[in-house]
Design a protein around this ligand. Structure first.
Ligand SMILES: [Zn+2]
Length: 92
């Protein structure tokens, strides 16, 4: 049996035929293929959203802790939360 599909090859998301990973579009059905860098950017965006959500939650917890008059812990949580939010915003 001959394995003609190289490791750099991938399946077309639409027609399922083997295409080269470097191809900008499928040569069988013509569907546009996302470049690996585009895929990484998209994943970064998703991570950024998660970071923003986590940061928001931490900041909220920080404010709640501040209201409970546990200032050092509340301040720390709020600062970490805001930092996560800023990083997440930069990434997305
Ligand atoms: Zn195709």
């Amino acid at each position: 049996m001959i394995f003609f599909a190289r490791t750099t090859d991938m399946k077309c998301p639409r027609c399922g035929k083997i295409i080269t990973a470097a191809a900008a579009a499928c040569r069988h059905c013509g569907v546009r293929i996302a470049k690996p860098c585009e895929r990484i950017t998209r994943r970064m965006t998703a991570n950024g959203r998660i970071a923003m959500a986590c940061g928001g939650l931490l900041a909220f917890l920080g404010v709640v802790t501040l209201m409970a008059q546990a200032y050092p812990v509340g301040m720390l949580l709020a600062v970490i939360g805001i930092t996560f939010c800023v990083i997440g915003r930069m990434m997305s």
